[in-house]
Write a protein that binds this ligand. Structure first.
Ligand SMILES: Cc1cc2nc3c(=O)[nH]c(=O)nc-3n(C[C@H](O)[C@H](O)[C@H](O)COP(=O)(O)OP(=O)(O)OC[C@H]3O[C@@H](n4cnc5c(N)ncnc54)[C@H](O)[C@@H]3O)c2cc1C
Length: 590
């Protein structure tokens, strides 16, 4: 078996039965996205991910990246994989044909992106960030910038980066100090950014850095931040590359995972920058990139979980230990109940997270292209509500799943050469970057629930209630889901009622609220899939996969969904004990 085989059947089920791909392809704008076309794209992407990208994962982890002569050197194997990615047009699927894109639904690019992230997450960050840059420029840049940069970024000839973080500006971007000054039609950008993913490399001819900086006399705080496109090389009028623009990788971080993704301290010195959007409105523009990237990071959680699961499954079938119950001779460890529990936990969380992520991404397409305005705004609010849940919950369970991947391997999991440890190490960044999960939880509770008085959440819960009301073949599971939905409704009402009187409440309960919603939404998505699987099975389609989906769903309901009771109880407990301890008391034990 290859190291990674894209779970194309599960991806298609999530696309068609959950994320409404078939409905999207009926919209005039997506008339080319026929079922045959979707199948062909997924099958070919799966081949490239398996044969071209996945084999670079271990090599990248071992070799890592280095700085040489002022530039980043990455593993040689990455170049061929990147070239095949760019030549195959994989970075252009969902973008506007006016700039060289293929005009497919964003949703279709999601399983394809999942494949790159599962095949090699460190490598996959380069395309992920470039796609975010395309999205940001498409929405916010003027026509002249779009004409120069979008075709090259979409074709993959150039890459994009996101430059927000500075030494004193992490979660709190109001502290950004990087400076920009007007210089003729352009600006000059000076300052240092830290932790910049793929901040420098030579996989592409040029790099478009999207940089947050402050103009002289800009208001303090986040209202005084502007966004600039700062290219590594300036672009001449005829489109050829000109002078080097002083975008220097000053050093690279030594990290516990994603060794082959260069994480650079970037220095900009009098570098030419072009304003994206309006002056002092940079953070709002950057948010288009960040929202895209947040869903992308949630998707990375699903992807790395899938990879860890596949590896653990192979090991569990090969590793021989004592006879399992009902057997007389030693056999593979997959026969043991506890190993099966671990594998099923990995599988169930991954499949639930995949369906939830695709569902949120489908809403983004409908928010742009649905025919009536009411539907568009409803889908927009739905995607906004689900984005922090996808980012937060899927990256939290990725910790559990990749850790179980190590556990299934026993001692060999702790030993590097099996590769199980790499997934665990690589996954650890996911709850941190692109807004820590603490910040995601605050976004969910503050902006997505309290601000609209629970409206978007209530609509989502009513969708869950519609599934429950349908009854179907899994009435017992629907009854469990009903209780879980009621628990979210109670938590929502307590939050809405208590937040005004207790300013600490939202922050104290946010994480558990996010995990509550993720855990229950995951159950809902699986139940919908199990119902669909049952119907497809009765129509004579692939029996084994559809049967497994129903078993996986039952397992989730029995062994994972009950976690909601704990989360709901922790939300109910409120802020009292969390805020009670004085700062001094934290350190009184020694
Ligand atoms: C490998 C890697 C790649 C990265 N790539 C990029 C990139 O390409 N571009 C880029 O701009 N940045 C990048 N980052 C930076 C990353 O986004 C930040 O590290 C992250 O946003 C957290 O900021 P911080 O490290 O300053 O932590 P801090 O903001 O100091 O947070 C520390 C802890 O405090 C908590 N906390 C902070 N403020 C609050 C609050 N208001 N409420 C509740 N809790 C709070 C956080 O949740 C966290 O647990 C990368 C980081 C790493 C490690």
């Amino acid at each position: 078996m290859a190291d990674y085989n894209a779970p194309v059947k599960d991806m298609k089920l999530a696309l068609n039965q959950i994320a409404r791909m078939t409905e999207l392809s009926t919209l005039p704008v997506f008339e080319d996205a026929s079922a045959d076309m979707v199948d062909a794209i997924l099958d070919e992407a799966a081949r490239v991910a398996r044969d071209v990208v996945a084999p670079t994962n271990w090599d990248g982890d071992q070799k890592g990246v280095s700085l040489k002569d002022g530039g980043v050197v990455c593993p040689e194997s990455f170049r061929d994989a990147y070239n095949q990615y760019a030549e195959g047009g994989w970075g252009s699927l969902q973008f506007d044909p006016e700039h060289g894109g293929q005009g497919m639904p964003y949703l279709l690019s999601v399983p394809v992106m999942e494949m790159w992230q599962a095949a090699n997450m460190a490598w996959g960050l380069c395309p992920l960030l470039s796609q975010g840059a395309v999205e940001c420029l498409s929405i916010n840049a003027d026509d002249a910038l779009k004409a120069i940069y979008l075709p090259k970024l979409i074709s993959g000839e150039w890459a994009g980066t996101m430059n927000l973080t500075e030494g004193s500006a992490g979660s709190d971007l109001s502290q950004v100090r990087c400076k920009a000054e007007k210089d003729g039609d352009a600006y000059r950008v000076t300052g240092e950014k830290i932790f910049i993913t793929w901040g420098d490399h030579s996989l592409t001819e040029n790099i478009a850095h999207l940089v947050l900086a402050r103009l002289p006399d800009a208001p303090a705080g986040v209202r005084g931040i502007s966004l600039f496109l700062v290219p590594k090389y300036l672009v001449n009028a005829d489109g050829s590359l000109g002078e080097y623009n002083n975008t220097k990788p000053l050093s690279l971080e030594h990290k516990m995972g994603i060794h082959a993704s260069p994480t650079a301290v970037m220095g900009f010195e009098n570098s030419v920058g072009y304003l994206v959007g309006e002056e002092n409105r940079g953070l709002a523009c950057m948010f288009t990139m960040m929202n895209n990237a947040r869903l992308g990071v949630g998707l990375q959680g699903v992807a790395i979980s899938e990879r860890a699961y596949q590896q653990a499954l192979v090991f569990a079938n090969e590793r021989i230990q004592s006879p399992a119950v009902g057997f007389k001779v030693p056999g593979p460890i997959i026969r043991h109940g506890d190993v099966r529990r671990m594998l099923l936990t990995m599988k169930a969380l991954t499949e639930a997270g995949r369906a939830l992520t695709y569902d949120a991404c489908g809403s983004i397409d409908f928010s742009h292209h649905a025919e009536d305005e009411t539907r568009r705004s409803r889908e927009k609010a739905r995607a906004a509500l689900l984005t922090p849940v996808v980012k937060g919950w899927c990256t939290e369970f990725a910790q559990e799943v990749t850790s179980l991947g190590v556990q299934v391997h026993g001692g060999m999991g702790f030993v590097e050469e099996t590769g199980a440890a790499q997934h665990y190490r690589d996954a650890r960044i996911l709850p941190i970057y692109e807004g820590t999960n603490g910040i995601q939880a605050l976004d969910l509770v503050g902006r997505k629930v309290l601000l609209d008085k629970g409206e978007a959440l209530t609509l989502l819960l009513s969708e869950m209630r519609e599934t429950i009301a349908l009854g179907g073949a899994f009435a017992d599971l629907a009854a469990d889901l009903e209780q879980a939905v009621a628990a979210i409704e109670t938590a929502r009402d307590e939050l809405l009622a208590g937040a005004a009187d207790d300013p600490q409440l939202a922050g104290a309960v946010a994480y558990n609220f996010m995990m509550l919603l993720g855990t229950v939404a995951g159950a809902w998505e699986l139940l919908r899939q199990a119902e669909a699987a049952k119907t497809l099975q009765s129509e004579g389609e692939d029996d084994a996969f559809l049967e497994a989906k129903q078993v996986t769903t039952r397992f989730y309901f029995e062994q994972i969904l009950p976690r909601y009771l704990g989360y709901a109880r922790m939300v109910k407990a409120g802020s009292a004990t969390i805020t009670e301890m004085s700062d001094e008391q934290f350190a009184t034990a020694w």
